[in-house]
Design a protein around this ligand. Structure first.
Ligand code: FE2
Length: 360
């Protein structure tokens, strides 16, 4: 299984995972052939990528949480966000919000249970981005990534529950920002950005007024855009005053945002984002957390088709757990027409991966 851009999909491709609509209902099941008319419809609906089965990549890769659990969680966040925009602070909304929060907490808690037992989980695939749901999907991705980072630095179960809830609500303040600014397909102007920058405070105030959530859940909502060098927002806090949960959510929030398609730009490749995050340890992000985070992200998962610096193309056949950037590759195309050779990039010092190939 591998992800491809829909514009490269054809009848030869079969879906390897279901596709969900924005209400978390299955739109297309696993195993469906991607006929031209279907591809066209998906593109019209705003989908950009799908997971396919193909001859180069036989085995399937498991997502960290199942597509069904992910969709259920997205449904909870969607509902909480919709409630937040209705009569901010009124008694009815407050009661309804608390009730839905209980459901969300239960579902988040089962994800925490699941991830808590998988201490060596590595992020290899994030779910496909569905149409019009960036904020909700982003919230769930940030939750899963926060849990992976939180687990790897040894947070206890009770902290992980709070961290997960904070992560899933971290951008709830965006509900109080004009939606046209969030959907703009050009970069924000300075004054527009100033408006968007209010979302941490608006989210924090909403949760304070409308819920009985622990301050440990509310504080990261306020602080997730503070940076290590004290130049973040809203308060330009020194890093000694920024809570650990806020720092965790800050890193994974940046990672997921940069690896996602946005209205004003395409997603960046994971390996480029990893480079950026590594380079920002000590300026934007806490250097120790950066170290722990990058050990959990594999930019070239099993079955990824990659291009090497000598022009050859191959499939990742085995991941080197100590050095994700140098996996074992089964060549499928080389300049000398020689193929099927297996090379271990740990041994082939002159070869490096140049990028991921989406159309093999
Ligand atoms: Fe944010």
């Amino acid at each position: 299984m591998r992800a491809i851009e829909l514009i490269h999909a054809s009848e030869a491709h079969t879906l390897a995972t279901p596709i969900f609509d924005e209400n978390s209902k299955i739109l297309l099941s696993r195993g469906v052939k991607l006929k031209a008319s279907l591809v066209e419809k998906l593109i019209q609906l705003g989908y950009t990528r799908v997971y396919i089965r193909d001859e180069h990549t036989e085995s399937d890769i498991e997502d960290v949480i199942s597509p069904e659990v992910r969709q259920k969680s997205i449904g909870h966040i969607r509902k909480l966000s919709a409630l937040a925009t209705r009569q901010n602070g009124s008694k009815n909304v407050k009661e309804e919000f608390e009730k839905d929060l209980t459901f969300a907490k239960a579902s988040i808690s089962s994800i925490v249970d699941d991830l808590f037992t998988k201490k060596d989980v590595v992020i290899e695939l994030m779910d496909l981005k569905t149409v019009g749901g960036y904020i909700y999907e982003h919230s769930i991705n940030v939750m899963v990534l926060s849990l992976i980072l939180g687990t790897s630095i040894g947070l206890n179960r009770s902290d992980l529950d709070k961290l997960a809830l904070a992560a899933s609500l971290h951008d709830i303040g965006l509900m109080f920002v004009p939606q046209e600014l969030l959907n703009k397909d050009t970069p924000l102007t300075k004054s527009e950005f100033e408006i968007v920058k209010r979302h941490p405070l608006l989210g924090f105030e909403f949760l304070k007024k409308s819920t009985n959530l622990s301050p440990l859940v509310r504080i990261p909502v306020l602080q997730h855009h503070e940076t290590y060098n004290g130049k973040g927002y809203p308060k330009q806090l020194d890093h000694s005053k920024v809570h650990l949960f806020s720092k965790i959510i800050g890193i994974v929030d940046a990672f997921d945002a940069m690896t996602s398609d946005r209205p004003h730009r395409k997603a960046l490749p994971v390996f480029e984002v990893i480079e950026f995050i590594m380079a920002s340890g000590g300026t934007l992000f806490d250097p120790e957390l950066v170290k722990a985070f990058i050990q959990r992200i594999n930019p070239y998962p099993l079955n990824t088709i990659v291009k090497l610096n000598d022009g050859s193309v191959g499939v990742v056949a085995k991941v080197n757990k100590d050095l994700f950037s140098r996996p074992v590759i089964r060549l499928i195309r080389t300049k000398s027409k020689e193929n099927s050779r297996i090379i271990n990039l740990i041994e082939e010092k002159n070869l490096v991966i140049q990028g991921i190939v989406h159309k093999a």
